[in-house]
Write a protein that binds this ligand. Structure first.
Ligand SMILES: *Cc1c(COP(=O)(O)O)cnc(C)c1O
Length: 378
């Protein structure tokens, strides 16, 4: 049986369920002809702040801008070092480098895929000013320890929650906080395929710090504190009204969407737990998992053959991420030694992400599971 309907992400299926609300939200904006800086953006800002339990939400143009704006607001100087993970999407290192800051990569924890706190400690120098943990694939990094390290060493923490929106972190005192609201600044992306995606580009910053919020609000709008008074160099990075209107429809569905993703993950976990040659992802006891991706580790098999086998059966799979950041041409430096990143190197060679979205039905899941199993028993 060839099932052609399986996609990595099914935005069409999701849209069809909320079509009426989305269409009318978009048409309302068109009819208002307020396309930038209006009531939708303002309302979304408040609704998201309320959902996250954070004091300030500052919308912006995309998740990459959000990271850049966060670094700008902290007033870092060229040559300052920023510690981040070697195993993630390139946006983080891109903005660090654009601002003439020095990216310092550290290896990750093999089980959680997230930045390794022991490696952070080893990488701190007098020039270190900030840490950017990424809540990779939808699960929070070890924020309690990261915040402790930051406090001891007077470092800022910017959480990249582009893949983790809605995930919840539990501290050892029982306190709970949402991903992106723990560090000095949190950032996210509303790229269409993210857990909370708009219908174009979008992003946001979060903070509980009033002073930082003021700076962030100025920077996203040309560094203006007051119209036509430019107190510092800013950028033009805004969430437009159509995107805000779409997000206002989707935000109330976010928990339900994340729950649907979790169901898919449970289905996969149950199916592959015993499969020789596959290692299912673990769930950290400190963080919920919102499964932006469902990522397996392959063991002693030819990953390319498995990918090709599944492709023939109409099952798309992806490798997030095939190349460690320290080996990317744009960022390569002689001091980056492969032997400092053994886990990232191993993961880049062994991980595989299966279709993950809110619309996967039982038949599709059965088909995916049967096909994967077929590869292993053939
Ligand atoms: C998607 C993503 C970004 C970038 O977001 P854009 O909106 O595409 O700029 C940054 N960091 C991580 C971890 C991401 O997954």
């Amino acid at each position: 049986m060839l099932n052609n309907n399986i996609q990595m992400v099914d935005l069409k299926g999701q849209y069809s369920k909320i079509k009426e609300q989305i269409d009318s939200a978009i048409m309302n904006v068109v009819n208002s002809t307020t396309f930038v800086k209006g009531a939708e953006g303002e309302a979304f800002q408040k609704e998201l702040a309320n959902y996250l339990g954070v004091k300030h939400v500052i919308p912006c143009g995309n998740g990459t801008d959000a990271l850049q704006i966060a670094l700008m607001a902290l007033g870092l100087k060229p040559g300052d070092e920023v510690i981040t993970t070697d195993f993630t999407f390139a946006a983080t290192v891109e903005v660090i480098s654009l601002l003439n800051l020095i990216p310092v990569f550290v290896d990750v924890d093999r089980e959680s895929f997230n930045i390794d706190v022991e490696e952070i400690k080893k990488s701190i120098t007098p020039k270190t000013k900030a840490i950017i943990p990424v809540h990779l694939f939808g699960q929070c990094a070890n924020m309690e320890e990261i915040m402790e390290i930051a406090k001891e060493n007077k470092l800022y923490v910017i959480e990249d929650a582009a893949q983790g929106i809605g995930a919840e972190y539990t501290f050892s005192n029982g306190g709970k906080k949402k991903a992106g609201t723990i560090g000095d600044i949190g950032t996210t992306s509303f790229f269409p395929s993210k857990n909370l995606g708009c219908y174009g580009d979008g992003g946001a910053l979060f903070t509980n710090n009033d002073k930082l919020a003021e700076r962030l609000n100025a920077i996203v709008n040309h560094g203006m504190s007051k119209k036509y008074y430019h107190d510092e160099i800013g950028v033009n990075s805004r969430l437009d009204e159509i995107q805000a209107a779409v997000l206002r429809v989707k935000l109330p569905c976010l928990d339900e969407y994340n729950e649907a993703r979790k169901k898919v993950a449970t289905y996969y976990n149950d199916a592959f737990e015993e499969t020789e040659g596959l290692e299912t992802p673990i769930v950290d006891d400190k963080s919920t998992h919102v499964y932006h991706q469902y990522t397996l580790k392959t063991k002693s098999i030819d990953r390319d053959k498995l990918i090709a086998f599944l492709k023939v059966r109409g099952i798309p799979v992806m490798v997030y991420y095939p190349i460690p950041l320290h080996q990317q041409k744009a960022y390569i430096r002689t001091e980056f030694k492969n032997e400092n990143y053994p886990i990232t190197m191993e993961l880049c060679k062994s991980v595989i992400s299966l279709p993950m979205h809110t619309e996967l039905d039982e038949n599709q899941l059965k088909y995916i599971i049967e096909s994967v199993n077929e590869y292993f028993i053939k």
